[in-house]
Each structure stands twice: as C-alpha cells, then as structure tokens.
Design a protein. Structure first.
Length: 713
C-alpha cells in the first residue's frame, strides 16, 4: 500500500465525501484513484467535482444493486445517513457539500454545474424531503432537531477510521458487492419525538450523546492526552483573519443602492422587499460579517465566509434583482450553450430560478393589493372589486408595477383578496427563451399543492383532466425513459401527480371515498368516466384506477378492510419516489401537547408560559391565534416595539372576520433563521413554496412577534 502524490488530509476528505454520497466500500478506492490520478487539482472544489463525476458515471446507475452499509452504532445516525441517500443525486450533493463540508454556494455551483440560485433551490428541496423521509409524514421535525441530528451525524463520520491512502492495485469497476451487512436496527428515534415532554427528552438525549464517548471500551477514565492534543491544536491555530470594515461598508452601500433600485422598479418599500426570503438573506450579510468579526474562534463555515468574502460581495449585489430581471441577466451572461447537450437543462435552470424568486413577490404583491383595496373600500363604503373609474392612483401605480415585472392579478370576491401570479405581456415575451414544453408549463402552471390537510383542492370531477394534463407533460419530458433524468421542475410535479392520484384513489380520513361501507356514487361515476378505452390506451393513471375499480367491482364496491392506504404509492413509469410518498402535515392547527399548551396560554395570557418557548414555538402560537380568529391572543403575542399599534387601533382593523380570511393552514416548517443583537427573524415554508417571515424582539426575557400589518392580509 502506498500513498500517491497528494495530501493525506485531502484524500480523507474526498474518501469521506464518497462515503456520504453513497459510493459503496468496494468502489471507494477506484473513486480515489479517479480523483488523484496524475496531478492533484489545486482547487478544493475541483477535487469534489471530480469525485462527484466518478460517482455519477460509475456508481449511481448501479446503486440499486447494493445494500446500504451499516456504519454507525446509533440507529438515528444510520437512519439519517440512509435517508440522505434517498435524495436525488444533485440535491444529495448540495446537501452534503453544504452541511458536511461547509462549502460556499459559489463552489457548490461549480461542482454541480448549476447556477447559485439552483443550489439554493436544491438545498431547500433536500431539506423538505428529509423532513418528510424522517417523519413518515407524522409529527413535524423541527428545524433544530434536524440541524442537531446533522451535527451528530457529522461527528459520527469523523469517528470512522479512514486511512487516507490509495492502494496501487485497481479493483474491477463492476465487482459484485459481497460485504456482509449487519442487521438494520429498529428505527426508534429522535425523528418521531412529539408532545409536551419532547423538549426535555431532546436535552437529555443530547447530553447523553455527548457523554457516551467517554465510556467507550478502551478509552479509560483519563482524558489528559485528549486535552493536551486539543491544546496543541489550538496553539497551532493561525491568527484569525478579519473582514476589513471598509469592505463591509462597501457591501452595505451596494446593497442599499440595489434595494433602492428594486424599490423603484417594483413599487415596494424596503421593509416589504425584506419579507421576501432571498432578498432578506442577501440584505443581512453585512450584519453577519460584523457578527463573525466579533468571534474569538471560527467554525469551518465561518472561516470560509471570511476567506470568500470578496466573492460574496460580487455575487450578493448581483443577487438583488426582480425575478424577470435576474432571468435577463442569466440569459445574457450564461446562455444555453453552457449547459451542454441536454435540451432541458438551460430551460430548467431558468424556470426553477424564476419560480423560486417569483413566489415571494406573488405573496407580497397580493397582500399589498388586498390591503390597499380594503382601505379604499372602507374609506368609500364600497364592496367588491373597484371599477376602473374608481381605482385611486396608488392602486393604479401598483398595478402597473405588477405588470411591468411580469405578473398579473385576479380578484376573489369570496375572500375580498387579490391573487398575483406570473403572467401578462411582459412575461409572455420572455417565454421565447424557454424550451416549448417549459413555455406550456409556465403559461399554465398548476396550483400546487394538490392536497392540503388530506383534502384535494379541486372538485372531484376536475381531477381526471388535471391528472391527464400533468401526465402528458411528464411523458414528454421523460420520453419514456427512467426518472433519473427528470429536470428539477418536473421532478416536483411528478411527486405532486403521484400524491393527487393516490388520494384520488384511496381517499383519506378527511376525504373518504366511501359512505356507509360502499364506494360513493359520485366517486364511482367519475372513475367510470375516466377508465374509457381511449384513456386506458394513453394514460398510466387511468390504467391504475381501472385496476382498483375492477378489484372493488369484484366485491360489489364494498369497502375493504384497512382501505385508508393513501400513503401507498401508485408506481408509474415516471414515479419519483416509489413506495415512499409521505404527505407531510402542516404545522397549523397545532396538535397534542403543543395545542394544550397554547390553549392554557389562550385562557390565562400568562407570559411565564412563553418564557420556556423557542422563537419557532412563539411564531407557531401566533399563527395558531390567527387560525383561531382570536385577536386578543394575537395582540398579547406582539412585542412592545414602535411598530405595534395601540390596542384601539389594532382592534379597529384586526377582527375575527379579518383573521378568518387569513390562510395559515398550509405552513409546513421553518427553513431559515437569522439572529442579531436586537431581533431574530424566522422564515416558514408553505405548501406552495411561498414564505411567511416573522421578526421577534425580546421583552422581559420573553420573545414576542414584531407587528407586521401584512400578517393580516
């Protein structure tokens, strides 16, 4: 066994990456040879890119032939490791490079050959899928639980003994995997904690996890050598590099200039713009830089942030653009030729970027339009949508900005609110840059998700047409091939199609297909219209329904035992996650112990209850108060800051009727958390990929919500 011309530390890092990405033990050595053969790449990102290329070409197509290796003593670590391997390769790579190797998005973008926007989108998609995989659609996995579990797994990886050397003898590329795998432990787990005692349990188990290594066999009771080793390591640490204050000020000025430009182009204020997730993240980087400068020591990701700060500056100022403006920049600076022979790659990048960025604008524009309309209606004692002659200039100006930025809008009389979406002449002009199938999709985007709170969001007789439309798109994209090549936009759509089809067939506890033990007549009629010969020849979804229909017909359409199987997946040729379709429940309404605690607070308004809650839990109490149409509790959860109106002003505008019109029932989980000296900010993801943002301020050792008028529109 010999070492090649490469640094052992780099070899261990790449060996660990191959393990994390899913390369089996008997392929790992060939992967290392591929990376370090000949001259070692000088750039760290080039090493990871070479390793990813090896895995993608030589391993990923054959992964189904291998069993998962049992690597860790704790079942929670093994469960998370295995769940990461269930992510699509690009999402898996982004997740691993971000959380295990702390690479900046600029480097990850180069490694996976996608834009930095795509990196952010894939990171978010990976987090969403891990939430689902680790909870089996049951109790929501909190942000802190997932992050802490990732920390544990990183520690478990570091404890694995990796030699960091490359053997001379090359193994056959497709040798059979013969290593024995230990029996998989039962998945008891931190991923299913719930109820009022969960916080205490988490703290106890975290403490226990940190204590256990001291009692490993052979470790002894003395830790002097480990402490000495740590001291020596600290002595060798170089002096911390600080970001010059001048550079931070330059960035602040550039961000302020770009935000002012966005204000002018979009018709939104800076405060409104900062409620859009990607703009908020960008606008707070200067604060983050100063926070890191005050640290006595750096974590690896903080060190990378400092080293790459100049690159961040250039990228962040480029980032602050409206959705269509950013698309124009991408077309001008990148071009389809950079995306190789894949006909969908460039369109997929543009479409995913556009959809990701537009969601926040759609939400904010909709809220602002609704607020201005209601204020106008109250002042003029009118009802319904205002006629063009009655629209005040303020609303007209905003409507122009909406259209100029590639959006359109519609008024909903039932809720007296506006819905804003991509559309209109400016948007249509941009579609020429997209592949024809993306043009069709973007002009007629489905309203996702199809299922919320176990209920289909459309009339039953409209479901067949929607199933067929989506299936036609998926058939065109895949060309009948395996789903490994489905682009990002349609990967998500395939998952939604599966979910709709599964609930349409099996129903749910909330939306049963049976009544008095027999298939409902309306369901049977819709199914019979769908399973006609012309549909059966063309659509797999029709054939799947025909199979179930025939089974029930043989039993005179009586309800079989254990019928509520809506977590079962109907496997089609373009299925994304066969037999793993979990419908994650939204966070609101609260359930179990959380709901009981909220109701205690609702009755007593006792602020001592709030002292034990995290920022996330305070935000959930606030959302539950909105869902309960309880203005009194909502007001009690507001921080006493300059933004908060007086009680009289608040109750004049926020009434039970106002709160009933606010939809908070599609919020899934928190996905971004920002902390500074005075306030914390937390973003929640909704089922249709929009965001809710809350600022929290501390008041008498209790965190409370900073008033935001748009929470009530």
């Amino acid at each position: 066994m010999t070492t090649k011309n490469n640094n052992q530390k780099e070899t261990v890092k790449i060996e660990q990456f191959l393990l994390q990405i899913g390369t089996p033990e008997n392929k790992k050595m060939n992967g290392l040879r591929h990376v370090f053969n000949g001259e070692t790449p000088e750039d760290e990102a080039a090493l990871f890119k070479s390793a990813l290329t090896y895995h993608k070409e030589k391993v990923e197509p054959y992964l189904a032939e291998y069993e998962e290796e049992q690597l860790f003593p704790y079942p929670e670590d093994q469960e998370l490791h295995d769940s990461i391997h269930k992510l699509p390769l690009q999402e898996r790579a982004v997740w691993i490079l971000t959380y295990f190797h702390a690479l900046p998005s600029t480097s990850i973008s180069m490694i996976i050959n996608e834009s930095e926007d795509s990196v952010a989108i894939r990171q978010q998609a990976a987090r969403e899928k891990l939430h689902t995989l680790l909870t089996n659609g049951e109790n929501g996995l909190s942000e802190s639980q997932l992050d802490k579990s990732m920390d544990f797994l990183l520690g478990a990886y570091e404890k694995l003994e990796l030699p960091g050397v490359i053997e001379d003898e090359e193994l056959p590329e497709f040798a059979e995997f013969t290593e024995n795998v230990a029996e998989e432990p039962k998945p008891v787990s931190r991923f299913k904690w719930a109820g009022p005692a969960s916080g205490t349990l988490i703290i106890l188990l975290i403490g226990l996890a940190f204590m256990l290594p001291a009692f490993e066999p052979g470790s002894g009771s003395q830790n002097e050598s480990a402490e000495e080793e740590q001291e020596e390591k600290q002595e060798e640490e170089p002096e911390l590099t600080r970001i010059p204050e001048e550079e931070i000020k330059d960035l602040e000025e550039a961000i302020a200039e770009n935000l002012s430009s966005l204000e002018s182009k979009t018709g939104m204020t800076k405060r409104e713009l900062r409620q859009i997730n990607y703009i908020y993240q960008t606008s707070t980087v200067a604060e983050e830089a100063r926070t890191i400068n005050r640290l006595d020591e750096y974590e690896e990701h903080e060190r990378d942030f400092v080293v790459n700060f100049s690159d961040h500056k250039e990228y962040l100022t480029y980032e602050l653009k409206a959705p269509l403006e950013f698309v124009d920049e991408e077309i001008e600076n990148i071009g389809a030729q950079d995306y190789g022979p894949d006909p969908f790659a460039f369109s997929d990048m543009l479409a995913s970027t556009l959809i990701y960025r537009s969601k926040g604008f759609e939400s904010m524009y909709g809220k602002k339009m609704t607020m201005l309309h209601r204020n106008h209606a109250e002042q003029n004692n009118t009802e319904g949508a205002p006629s063009s002659a009655d629209i005040p200039q303020e609303i007209k100006s905003l409507q122009e900005k909406i259209r100029d930025n590639g959006f359109d809008y519609a008024y909903h009389s039932e809720t007296e609110s506006f819905d804003v979406f991509l559309g209109g002449p400016v948007f249509t002009e941009k579609l020429v840059h997209f592949d024809p199938i993306y043009q069709t999709y973007l002009k007629d985007m489905p309203e996702l998700p199809y299922v919320i709170n176990q209920k289909i969001r459309m009339p039953l007789d409209k479901v067949p047409a929607e199933l067929f439309k989506i299936e036609e798109w998926l058939q065109e994209v895949t060309g009948g091939e395996d789903t490994a090549g489905i682009p990002w936009v349609f990967d998500e759509l395939a998952l939604e199609h599966e979910r709709l089809l599964t609930v349409f067939i099996y129903g749910t506890e909330e939306q049963s297909n049976f009544e008095d033990g027999r298939l409902k007549e309306e369901v049977q009629t819709v199914w019979e219209n769908l399973i006609q010969p012309e549909y059966l020849e063309k659509y797999e979804s029709a054939a799947a329904i025909k199979k179930i229909y025939d089974e029930l017909a043989g039993e005179d359409f009586k309800k079989p035992e254990n019928w509520n199987r809506y977590n079962n997946v109907i496997d089609l040729s373009y299925s994304v996650h066969p037999n793993e379709l979990y419908v994650q429940e939204p966070l609101i309404p609260l359930k179990g112990g959380e709901l009981s605690l909220f109701e205690d607070y609702q009755r007593s308004q006792d602020s001592s209850i709030l002292k034990e809650l995290s920022s996330e839990e305070i935000a959930l109490f606030y959302l539950q108060a909105i869902d309960s149409a309880d203005p009194e509790t909502v007001y009690s959860l507001l921080a006493d800051t300059p933004e908060r109106p007086s009680r009289d002003e608040f109750f004049e505008t926020v009434t039970p009727k106002t709160l009933e019109a606010v939809n908070v029932s599609d919020i899934l989980y928190p996905f971004s958390y920002f902390e500074n000296d005075n306030r914390n900010s937390i973003f929640f993801e909704t089922m249709n990929h929009q965001t809710w943002m809350f600022d929290l301020a501390e008041e008498n050792d209790v965190k409370k919500i900073v008033f935001n008028k748009y929470d009530f529109y």
